[in-house]
Ligand binder design. Sequence first.
Ligand code: SF4
Length: 485
Amino acid sequence: MKLFFRGHDEKYAVEQTMLTLFPAERPLYPEEAPGGDNELELSFSRGGIWSTATAKLRREGKTFTRQCRVKTQELNSDDPVVVTRLTRRTLQRAFYMAAIDCLGTEPPWGMLSGVRPVKLPTKAMLEGATPAQAEAELRDRYRVSPDRRKLAMACAKASFSLKKSLGEDEVSLYVGIPFCPTRCAYCSFISSSGSANKLIPAYLEGLFREIDAAGANLLASGKTVRTVYIGGGTPTTLDAHQLRALLERINTAFQLKPGTEFTVEAGRPDTITREKLEAIRAGGGNRISVNPQTMSDTVLEAIGRSHRAGDIQNAFRLARETQVGAINMDLIAGLPADTVEGFRDTLDQVIAMDPENITVHTLALKKGARLRQEEVVLPTGEDVARMLAYAWQALEAAGYQPYYLYRQKFMSGSFENVGWCKPGYVNEYNICMMEELHTVLSLGAGGVTKNVGGGTVQRMANPKYPQEYIKTIQDIVEEKTAWSW
Ligand code: SF4
């Protein structure tokens, strides 16, 4: 879509709104004057009493015009953050209103374009708003639909009560294992597979050094670890001996309390063995993920997975037998070759297995995903909406409740990913990380440490790729040693 601005330069905010409303579009800033099709003219003018944003959206030969205004006096604030926020919001609203005139429908999350829609009501409640007031803001300012408000408020309440229980000296720990047996067709994650997995021994050597350095620093600063999450990739790509050594190293460096929430993503059933599950349990792991994504063999093949639905059932049984703890299962709505009926069948099978947590994702194809390059046919946004509606109803009926959610760019139908749990099985790490409730120390390739405090989030990123991580490990260790908490 061609974008023309006058009286402002709010590129990022306008592009985010465009991606939410027109996910297939990409922003263009042409030299020529406006007057063609598929373009937005967005201007901002200051008057004596009112300042006005005007959006003129031209699509398929029609022009949709909307104006929104803000009191000029409010823009005369001394605080530049306030001025920028008000200007941005007025521009986005004018564009949004013109776009819904054009589309004839509103997206489920209304004007909210960020990845963390729960942050707003949680923050409002922490600042003293009642749940009803927090929900009213989602309705009136951001035009969020009634069902998404319900979802957001359920998650905000879980987030609010967790925040109240967090100690000042507590942090969460993330350890990344960016290796997988093969690459799934929808994946854009920075993970290595196949021959790159030869790097695992050198990677672990570096990771152990980083764990030791970060652990010593954390201990010296008097911080304690509230939750641990080993993610990836697929951490169970490591063999049982490597997994045992990794968990032992974490226990030694960080001195975890007995019963600390400790999650290991087992992810792909083709990596799960009895020995690995026993190594996880022996190392204090008390939660794992066994992620089917689908229980249809046809869909598994379409997404490039080499295992069958029966392998997922076997992996789940093995996890129960070894009593490794609570089990999460991830599903994705909108996969290629899937149908509404197929997704329902997947969900019914997963609910019948009775895991403590089920996370329902919506397919999001980022750059780098093979499926995006191949331009395969996917279920429509309406079909994905039906899949998700069924998931809500079936999960609620089976006793699950939503506790955390997030959105991503390029998501089918502009929906969301939702974590559901049986009562008492909230995964605290997921909430802490997604809602930025407290500091998350992240180790390993691709790890981004977020130091949360004083209303700000300070970031420190490790290199993305394992090779780069191994090469620069000395610098990373020095950085983790010098980090001031
Ligand atoms: S298992 Fe997960 S991280 Fe690994 S390739 Fe598949 S989607 Fe990507």
